[in-house]
Design a binder for this molecule. Structure first.
Ligand SMILES: Cc1ncc(COP(=O)(O)O)c(C=O)c1O
Length: 372
C-alpha cells in the first residue's frame, strides 16, 4: 500500500490540493491496515479462547506419559478416528517421518506421489531417517491410483528394494487441496492387502477433506495403518500433529519420537490448543473452502491467469500467463495488502484459513478485481 509522503503534499501550493492530499493520505493509511495473508494456513495465531485453554491446562511430564492434557488429546483423536491410539508430535513432518520409520527397514522402498510432501518437502527425510528410497509416481493433482501402485511394486528379487509402504496425501498440498475419492482409497487398500504393504496417510489437511466430502473420520481409521493429522494448519494451533495407529504401532512411534528428539515434557499447554481446535475449529473449515472458491472465481477472469486448478478445499493454485511471472503478480498484490506465495515461476497460491476476516476477503477480492 502506497503512503503519500509528506514531501508530496508540501509540493502542493493550494489549500484544496493539500486537503485532497490529506484525504488521500488518510485513505491509504486506513487501507494499509488491511493485510490479508493467504500464503499458508500455517500462519494462524492462537485465538484468545485457545490461549485461555492453554493457560488453564493441567500439565505433567509427557515423556513419562504423565501429562493429563496430552493424554486427553491423544485419546480424543484416536476415538474420533476409531483407532486404537495416537501420539502427539511437534509437527506434521515429524509424524510422517516417524510413521515411515516405523513401517520400513533400511533399504526398503516407499511408493508415493511425485509431488507428495513426504517426498519433496521433508528434507530428504525418508532417506535420512529411515534409509529408505522413494518410488515417486506421476500424480493427478497429488492423487495416485491402485493400478499405478500395483505396477510400481517391486518383485521379490535381491536386485530390487523391498517395497513396504504406500504413502497417500489427502488433501494434497501441491495438488491444490485436491481430495481422494473414497472408492479409489479402497482400491489402493486392496492392493496393499494383496501385496502385504503398509498404508500411511499424510492427512495434514485431512479435516478439510472430511468437511468437503462429508466423510467420516472412522472410515479413514478403518482403512489406513497410520494417519498423521496436523493441528497447526486449518485448525489454528501454533504447534502440533497427531500420529494415529494401532497400540503396538504407537508404542513403537513413541520410541522413535524420542530418538528423533521429539519427546516433549509439559506439552499439555500445546495439547490444550489441540483439544480446543478439535472441539471448535473443524466445522468452520467450510468457510475457508467457500472463500477459496470465491477467490478462484474472481481470479479466473484476470489477464494474468492462464488457468486455475479446480478448488476442492482451502487452496487455490493458479497458473500465470508467460507475460506475468507468478513472483511479479505476488509482489503487486502484496503492495496492496494481499499476500500470496509464488510456488513456481508460473504458479501462485492462495490458502484460506481462520485468521482471514470478512473485511480481509472483501478487500482482497476488490484488489484482485482492480488488478491491471
Ligand atoms: C501435506 C503436508 N504434509 C505435511 C506437512 C508438514 O507439516 P509441518 O509443517 O507441521 O511439518 C505439510 C505442511 O505444510 C503439508 O502440507
Amino acid at each position: 500500500m502506497q503512503w503519500v509522503h509528506s514531501a508530496d503534499w508540501q509540493a502542493t501550493n493550494k489549500w484544496k490540493d493539500l486537503r485532497q492530499a490529506r484525504k488521500k493520505r488518510f485513505y491509504f493509511a486506513n487501507c494499509s491496515m488491511i493485510i490479508a495473508d493467504f500464503r499458508s494456513d500455517t500462519l494462524t495465531r492462537p485465538s484468545p479462547a485457545m490461549m485461555k485453554a492453554m493457560a488453564s491446562a493441567e500439565v505433567g511430564d509427557d515423556v513419562f506419559e504423565e501429562d493429563p492434557t496430552v493424554n486427553r488429546l491423544e485419546i480424543l483423536a484416536a476415538s474420533k478416528f476409531g483407532m486404537e491410539a495416537s501420539i502427539f508430535c511437534a509437527s506434521g513432518t515429524m509424524s510422517n517421518q516417524i510413521a515411515v520409520k516405523a513401517h520400513t527397514q533400511p533399504g526398503d522402498e516407499v511408493i508415493c506421489a511425485i509431488n507428495a510432501h513426504v517426498y519433496i518437502y521433508e528434507g530428504g527425510g525418508i532417506a535420512f531417517n529411515s534409509g529408505s528410497q522413494c518410488t515417486p509416481l506421476i500424480s493427478d493433482r497429488g492423487r495416485i491410483n491402485a493400478t499405478q501402485i500395483s505396477l510400481a511394486i517391486n518383485p521379490d528379487d535381491v536386485h530390487k528394494a523391498r517395497t513396504s509402504l504406500v504413502c497417500l496425501e489427502n488433501t494434497s498440498n501441491r495438488g491444490g487441496g485436491s481430495c481422494y475419492q473414497m472408492s479409489d482409497i479402497k482400491s489402493i487398500r486392496a492392493v496393499c492387502d494383496d501385496q502385504n504393504l503398509a498404508l500411511h496417510l499424510d492427512g495434514a489437511r485431512l479435516f478439510n477433506a472430511l468437511i468437503a466430502k462429508k466423510e467420516s473420520a472412522e472410515e479413514y481409521g478403518r482403512i489406513f495403518d497410520s494417519i498423521s493429522v496436523c493441528l497447526n494448519k486449518g485448525l489454528g494451533c501454533p504447534i502440533g500433529s497427531l500420529l494415529l495407529g494401532k497400540k503396538e504401532f504407537i508404542r513403537q512411534a513413541r520410541r522413535i519420537r524420542k530418538v528423533f528428539g521429539g519427546g516433549m515434557r509439559q506439552a499439555g499447554f500445546m495439547a490444550a490448543c489441540g483439544i480446543y481446535a478439535l472441539e471448535n475449529n473443524v466445522e468452520r473449515l467450510a468457510i475457508d473452502h467457500m472463500r477459496a472458491s470465491q477467490i478462484a472465481e474472481v481470479i479466473s477472469s484476470k489477464s494474468f491467469t492462464k488457468c486455475v486448478m479446480p478448488v476442492e478445499t482451502n487452496i487455490v493454485i493458479l497458473e500465470t500467463t508467460s507475460e506475468f511471472p507468478a513472483q511479479y503478480v505476488s509482489e503487486c498484490l502484496a503492495k496492496k495488502g494481499v499476500r500470496t506465495i509464488a510456488i513456481a515461476s508460473n504458479q501462485l497460491r492462495f490458502v484460506t484459513h481462520l485468521d482471514i476476516t470478512d473485511a480481509m476477503m472483501n478487500h482482497s477480492l476488490e484488489i484482485i478485481r482492480d488488478f491491471k
